[in-house]
Write a protein that binds this ligand. Structure first.
Ligand SMILES: [Zn+2]
Length: 496
């Protein structure tokens, strides 16, 4: 029912714009995307040698070099001052020497407390710890926290919000309990203890905001009380006698250079306009147990699909058939650290964003997910975001799918209200923020997602080939059609 409905809509669109049924040239070059080539590239990208391509590691750089060589070999230009790498610095922040002493009790990091804030202190500091109940505005109004550490009992609350409110009320630091269950706290502490290196991000000034997370029993112990006594004092926090603390936070910052890899094919009569095809090639590895997480599907699959689509365009160009618009292929880094490679690109674009007509982003293309694993027809692909900014993009996608590939395009996640929030979770979103109509192509989640089991033997290469061919046909169409698709959508519905 639903399927027939979109088919009729796309056919009507196709007729009204009198687009020819099939383009033999597009078909010819689409067919150069083969399962064998995709597999050959993925054998290297997902190999143990690259150790999961974590941002800033040797493996990530080896992947970058492989992708660059491929772009170069097929005659794509390096658009970054003649080079293929867009290099930028991230920083890794860690807090190896945090001390917190309450009275005479020296507490242990990642056992008795977890450091969850930011700060860098030259010397240790003494301060009173005052109980402020649940940390609500009303509760904070009842206690003077100025120049003191605010102790907050806020089960289930978001730590950042609690810390922000207490600091705004004048506290110089925060001790917070958000989970009463000791086992859950111990598990989290163990995760922090196992984290080697720090969290990657763009460099930004240190915020003096020391925040310590403790378990329920630890919070009670700070005030020489029981958990029940602490809970009973939530309405009257001033009734709890303050404790004394000595604390210090030392921060360690390391610079981590990393790179996006760009290959560029200049267009003909509309070369000022640029179509961007992207996929992140970094992953997150090793896991907590030290095993390599190869990321064959996430996102080795998208990476090699972009390489093969680039090759198809390049082969056509070698035969003298260049696209009207320019096409920029980007293998993005640091997606797993918070979409940082794409953020860097849109903040430092090589081609003006107002001339960037669309972004087609691929993130996981090679598997049959948990939704479809028992389905009769597994020839599906999720497309996310195609209707957010332009009323045309989805129609053009449907048209190309009907004409060339006949996949079941599944739009179920194309909804900002979707609890998974996939629209906000991959690199296309950074392009969409700049009003560039974008589509995120995705084959869905499976049990091997972000585990050492995301291996190449589980990739469905024939299906993945058809999916990549669809994205090629869409790209070919977008690069060659007379008009770029209009930005007339209601924008990013549900923008955060
Ligand atoms: Zn991914």
């Amino acid at each position: 029912m639903k399927k027939r409905f979109w088919l009729v809509g796309a056919m009507a669109y196709m007729l009204s714009f009198s687009i020819s049924a099939q383009d033999a040239t597009a078909l010819k070059y689409g067919a150069t995307i083969t399962a064998a080539d995709l597999e050959k590239h993925l054998r290297f990208i997902a190999s143990d040698e690259l150790a999961g391509r974590d941002t800033g590691t040797e493996g990530q750089k080896m992947a970058a070099s492989y992708i660059k060589d491929h772009f170069e070999k097929w005659g794509l230009a390096g658009p970054v001052d003649g080079g293929y790498y867009q290099v930028f610095n991230l920083v890794s922040n860690s807090y190896p020497g945090v001390s917190l002493q309450v009275g005479k009790n020296k507490m242990q990091q990642n056992k008795d407390f977890i450091f969850v804030g930011d700060a860098d202190m030259k010397k240790s500091q003494k301060a009173a710890i005052v109980f402020v109940g649940d940390g609500s505005k009303e509760s904070l109004a009842k206690v003077d926290v100025k120049g003191k550490l605010a102790a907050v009992w806020a089960i289930g609350a978001r730590t950042q919000n609690i810390v922000k409110d207490a600091m705004e009320a004048g506290a110089i630091g925060v001790i917070v309990t958000t989970m009463e269950d000791q086992t859950a706290f111990d598990r989290l502490a163990a995760r922090y203890a196992a984290m080697t290196g720090g969290r990657l991000g763009f460099e930004r000034p240190t915020v003096q905001e020391p925040a310590f997370m403790v378990s329920g029993t630890q919070m009670a112990a700070i005030f020489g009380a029981t958990v029940d006594q602490v809970k009973a004092a939530l309405g009257n926090p001033a009734s709890v006698a303050p404790a004394q603390a000595t604390f210090q936070v030392k921060k360690q910052t390391t610079t981590v250079p990393t790179e996006n890899v760009l290959g560029y094919l200049e267009g003909t009569d509309k070369k000022e306009e640029v179509l961007v095809l992207s996929a992140h090639y970094d992953h997150v590895s090793p896991g907590a147990d030290g095993r390599i997480i190869p990321g064959a599907d996430d996102n080795g699959s998208g990476t090699v699909a972009v390489m093969e689509i680039a090759e198809a365009f390049a082969l056509a160009a070698k035969d003298g058939i260049k696209p009207r618009r320019s096409v920029l292929f980007i293998a993005l880094t640091a997606e797993e650290k918070g979409l940082l490679g794409s953020q860097y690109y849109v903040e430092n674009p090589i081609f003006p964003l107002e001339n960037t007509v669309n972004n087609l982003n691929i993130d996981m293309l090679g598997r049959i997910d948990n939704v479809y694993k028992d389905a009769e027809d597994t020839n599906y692909l999720y497309a996310i975001g195609s209707e957010m900014l332009s009323s045309h993009l989805k129609k053009i996608l449907d048209y190309n799918n009907i004409t060339y590939t006949g996949l079941n395009l599944d739009y179920r996640y194309d909804d900002p209200a979707d609890p998974n929030r996939f629209y906000f979770r991959s690199d296309h979103y950074n392009f969409a923020k700049y009003n560039i109509p974008s589509i995120f192509f995705f084959s869905g989640l499976h049990n091997d997602y972000h585990t050492p089991e995301d291996t190449i033997d589980k990739i469905e290469f024939p299906l993945m080939t058809t999916r990549a061919q669809l994205i090629f046909h869409l790209a070919w169409d977008l690069a060659n059609r007379e008009k770029r698709n209009p930005v007339d959508g209601s924008n990013n519905r549900g923008d955060r």
